[in-house]
Design a protein around this ligand. Structure first.
Ligand code: NCD
Length: 324
């Protein structure tokens, strides 16, 4: 593993499997009554969030605390950070405070890479979502969730599994990170979006594309619905919400077109009634809540591998192992 996690495109198949396998070990910790490992005791991790976020920031915070790290939440919303200089000043401040790792979410694509490439910070940088670029830990938790259902086992990948990703691909860092990672793990990805929400240059990505959702459902092993990211839209990308839902929303009729075993996924936050019908989101086919739980295990694995060094991830005392 490298020192930073900026993009899933940087991960080899071996890196990705190491993270997923380590996350399986971390999941065992989360299943105990005492959900804590001493691994990152004395290390300081800063959550530097320049954009609204509840689930991702909380998920990182829970992961950090389960590894016994000292956690600082640095919410920079509202400050003027679009300029390189102020990001630099923030970074220098965090460095002076002794940050061993910075988990950064930023509205500007490329901000985490700027930090990682700078000499402002000496610790690890983890990208928690940058603009419309990448959200690598989300893709890792999605792959972890798919592997558990579709090809469970340590060392297993997603070879030959078919994943359909639907919706606002243009603005989705989740889609970008997933396309790279799923391709690396051997899965076949199809992106489905209205032509206006399909990214420019998508033909160079390692995936198929389609404008027809119904046609992309019957062979899917997993269908991932994306949120329509209105906050990033500076124009009208579709006529009406009703029209969008009719063509690209997941409803009962479309669920019936999917194979019995196929998973319904969503990174959250969901806009119920828009990209996904409320009943479908709550149905037994949906693994959306599992995705959230798995997010903690995957983030623990990433932080452990970036910061923990060579110590074994889990040194269980026998009483914990036997549950006594
Ligand atoms: C995603 C994000 O922020 O990119 N959400 C998240 O990580 N909780 C997806 C989204 O906002 O739609």
């Amino acid at each position: 593993m490298k020192r930073h996690l900026i993009s899933t495109a940087d991960l080899t198949r071996e890196d990705a499997l190491l993270i997923l396998d380590t996350a399986e070990q971390m999941a065992q910790v989360s299943a105990r009554s005492v959900k804590k490992l001493p691994t990152l005791r004395g290390r300081t991790i800063v959550n530097l969030f320049f954009e609204d976020s509840t689930r991702t920031r909380t998920s990182f915070e829970v992961a950090e605390k389960r590894l016994s790290a000292d956690v600082i939440n640095f919410s920079a919303k509202g400050s003027s950070v679009s300029k390189g200089e102020s990001l630099k000043d923030t970074a220098l401040t965090l460095q002076a405070m002794g940050a061993d790792a910075v988990v950064i979410r930023h509205g500007a694509s490329g901000a985490p890479k700027l930090l990682a490439d700078s000499d402002w910070l000496h610790g690890s940088v983890v990208n928690a979502g940058d603009g419309t670029h990448e959200h690598p830990t989300q893709a890792l938790l999605d792959a972890f969730t798919m592997r558990r259902h579709l090809n469970p086992g340590v060392g297993h990948d997603l070879a030959g599994r078919r994943v359909t990703i639907v919706g606002d691909v243009l603005h989705s860092r989740v889609a970008r990170s997933n396309v790279h990672l799923l391709h690396t793990l051997g899965a076949e990805v199809t992106l489905v979006a209205p032509p206006t929400l399909m990214p420019f240059g998508v033909e160079t990505w390692p995936c198929q594309t389609s404008y027809d959702l119904d046609a992309a459902l019957n062979k899917a092993d997993a269908v991932m619905m994306l949120r329509v990211q209105r906050e990033r839209m500076n124009a009208a990308f579709f006529p009406t919400q009703r029209e969008y839902t009719r063509r690209y929303g997941l409803d009962a009729r479309r669920l019936a077109l999917m194979p019995e075993h196929a998973l319904v996924m969503h990174p959250g936050p969901m806009v119920r009634g828009m990209e996904i019908e409320s009943d479908i989101a709550d149905s037994a086919r949906a693994v959306i809540v599992e995705q959230v739980a798995n997010g903690v295990s995957v983030r623990m694995a990433v932080l452990y591998l970036l910061l923990g060094g060579s110590e074994p991830a889990i040194t269980t005392s026998s009483s914990e192992e036997t549950g006594k």
